[in-house]
Design a protein around this ligand. Structure first.
Ligand SMILES: Nc1ncnc2c1ncn2[C@@H]1O[C@H](COP(=O)(O)OP(=O)(O)OP(=O)(O)O)[C@@H](O)[C@H]1O
Length: 228
């Protein structure tokens, strides 16, 4: 992000930073600091006032969300309620759901990977919150875009399940070489899978720094947020 300025009423955030390709970076900072806004801007849902957003040196700022080289996972509203779970996953492969036999096999494999084998025929309303999160993650995995943006998609899960999902993200990101940006309120999420962390506080999205060092010796804005 080059000299990016994001603003809405009473709120302004600047970002000049680079996330190294293929790494996982956590995004942490106080509530209302602008973490979700930052992710929305990268995903193309929130236009910056100024500045450029580049992927591999190419300005993606003019592209609509669906054309950007990324998948974004939010806490809610990831699944279409009128489609089955399998069809929702299918959207990760073909936006018009023109699916081949191979596609169906891949969908089954993705469901198995997130522990949802046999639930493909259900509608999202017939899943628990945790199962819905896993289905959304499975679709993101099938989409296999170079960048994965996570805006607390696992916040509603219990600690064990959340850890499992994080590990799955790390595993798949490792396999595919994806660059991951993960908004979280839980420093242990960052320690678990993100070598780098990007602090959003006081109107600035700071460049990513090594997670352990940042959390062990936090600057004042982060220390206050962490309750140190
Ligand atoms: N639709 C909106 N209209 C006006 N202001 C908004 C809107 N959405 C968010 N804001 C404001 O923008 C700022 C950044 O919000 P954002 O959701 O990005 O913060 P956040 O760091 O993700 O917070 P949290 O950790 O609580 O989710 C906040 O001051 C918020 O009040």
């Amino acid at each position: 992000m080059q000299d990016v300025v994001l603003a809405q009423e009473g709120f302004r955030l600047t970002a000049s930073l680079t996330v190294p390709k293929g790494t996982t970076a956590a995004v942490i900072g106080p509530s209302g600091a602008g973490k979700s806004t930052l992710v929305s801007a990268i995903a193309g849902f929130f236009p910056p006032v100024s500045g450029r957003i580049l992927w591999e040196g190419i300005d993606i700022g003019g592209l609509p969300p669906g054309k950007r080289p990324l998948t974004v996972l939010f806490q809610d509203q990831n699944l279409f309620p009128h489609l089955t779970v399998a069809q929702n996953l299918g959207l990760g492969l073909s936006p018009r759901l023109k699916l081949t036999a191979t596609d169906h096999d891949r969908i089954e494999a993705a469901l198995a990977r997130v522990g949802l084998l046999g639930l493909g025929a259900r509608r999202p309303a017939e899943l628990s919150g945790g199962q819905a999160s896993r289905a959304a993650l499975a679709r993101a995995l099938l989409r296999a875009r170079p960048m994965l943006l996570l805006d607390e998609p696992f916040a509603a899960l219990g600690p064990g399940l959340k850890a499992e999902m994080l590990d799955l993200v790390a595993e798949v990101a490792g396999e595919t070489g994806a660059t991951v940006l993960m908004v979280t309120h839980d420093p242990s999420d960052a320690r678990r899978i993100a070598p780098l962390t990007l602090l959003v506080a006081d109107g600035v999205a700071h460049p990513p720094v090594p997670t352990g060092a940042l959390l062990d010796d936090p600057p004042p804005a982060l220390a206050a947020y962490l309750g140190h």
